[in-house]
Design a protein around this ligand. Structure first.
Ligand SMILES: [Zn+2]
Length: 170
């Protein structure tokens, strides 16, 4: 696992701090994610550090590469979204809810990789289709679409022949 996304907060003043991370396909490979083939994202992070908590505001922009559910070809998806995470201190690591994470008192850093990974995979729509899914304006691989359409036409033809047969009186 890469240490690239480890945020060391000890030593930082109780104040606002800003960080930037570039996220490539390697993050998704680290998590054995098969649905995101590649990524080119910029994560802007604002950290508001105070005595009792860390308030992390993520701004995630850029694109990911996924497979089209219709033609099976690669497609880019533009993403632009924000997430919030509060980190507080407690006895042990605990994800209390989507926005609240507890870490032990003696911790001095937090690995943001699993959070960024989760935010991006959850942001990816369940169904991705060229030109139909928000964030994409490409078109499907025309050869594959032609094959699919011919197949559907043939099936409809067969169906209508069956209908005709059913109507025959023996
Ligand atoms: Zn497609």
């Amino acid at each position: 696992m890469s240490r690239k996304y480890v945020l060391k907060f000890s030593g930082l003043s109780n104040n606002l701090h800003e960080f930037e991370y570039t996220v490539g396909g390697d993050l998704f490979k680290d998590f054995d994610c098969e649905e995101i083939l590649d990524a080119d994202l910029l994560v802007k992070l604002s950290l508001e550090k105070s005595e009792r908590q860390l308030e992390l505001s993520f701004e995630i922009q850029g694109k990911i590469s996924v497979l089209c559910d219709r033609c099976g070809d690669d497609m880019d998806l533009n993403l632009n979204f924000e997430r919030k995470l509060y980190v507080r201190f407690g006895e042990k690591f605990e994800e209390q809810d989507v926005e609240l994470y507890i870490i032990p008192f003696n911790e001095s850093s937090i690995d943001l990789a699993p959070f960024i990974y989760e935010y991006v995979t959850l942001e990816k729509p369940m169904r991705c289709v060229h030109g139909e899914t928000e964030g994409n304006n490409q078109t499907c691989d025309s050869e594959v679409v032609n094959i699919l359409e011919t197949k559907i036409e043939k099936e409809q033809e067969i169906d209508s022949r069956w209908e005709a047969l059913k109507n025959l009186k023996f």
